[in-house]
Design a protein around this ligand. Sequence first.
Ligand code: SF4
Length: 329
Amino acid sequence: MPAPPELTDFRTALLAWAPSGWRELPWRRTRDPWTVLVSELMLQQTQVGRVVPRWEAFMARWPTVAACAAAPQSEVVRAWSGLGYNRRAINLHRCAIAVAARPDGALPAELGALMALPGIGPYTARAVLAFAFGRDVGVLDTNAARVITRAAVGRPVARAALQRVADEVVPVGHGWEWNQAVLDLGATVCAARPACAACPLAAVCAWRRSGGGAREAGRSPPSRPHRRRGAGLRLPRRRRTRDADRRRRGRRRLRHRTGRGAGAEGALVGRGHVHRSHSRIMGSTRSGRSTWRKWPTPGRISARDPGLRASAAPRAVSAPRQPSSSPCR
Ligand code: SF4
């Protein structure tokens, strides 16, 4: 939070920039609470360019809360198509019904009452208070939070603390233009990669004075991170172990079948594959499926499986070793 003399400079610089710097947007020509609410809900997670025509069409069709409340929900959702996140349209319609049922049929001008309405969270409630009722509250979306964090605080702080700072830096009686200016500065100048040279707050910005701007300027442009598919997913430890075991077993079986690779010193013995290190016989059924059996002692092969021994004996390793004591795991 800037000290009082700096705070004055901070406010003066931004308010002087505001009228010339911000964008001309249709919902800035009105203070009607319903109109402001619709624009704010549409702007959440949707770019301004896509919102403008949709907002104009929506307001032409349902210019009042009562008109929207009387419309079928399906119609409101259909009019929302193209903006995405249709849950917002459903909430807006529910909100319109709730407001229409109020004695005055109008949106309330208190933070708590606004937040009690369907689909209205802290950001939207503050936006309605500032842009419709001209209240001196800080409106913090992602862009505004970035500006306040950098310019007024100079370092990352918890959201609740940032909201307090945002509320305190609003110049008394200028809540509307102040918040419009902060939002626009965050969207156009103090973006993720800030254009500090063109910023009206460059002289008073806490982050820039602490060297943040210079560090950012020296950085190479952010590249699209190259990520393996599935990278970033953190599987539970048991699942990771199980998958690793499965891959290890798969590699081992492949070595057995092909006779290649480390540990594949087994010898093919007709229908069976004798693997010394694993002490087993891998036989093949007629359908071609592999079967595993415990390695019997050489003297017992004929007794238990004469066919296998007959086919295996001529081609078996000349002196099959005794199986090791450690079984395959
Ligand atoms: S000087 Fe740079 S970091 Fe500070 S508010 Fe302006 S653009 Fe953002």
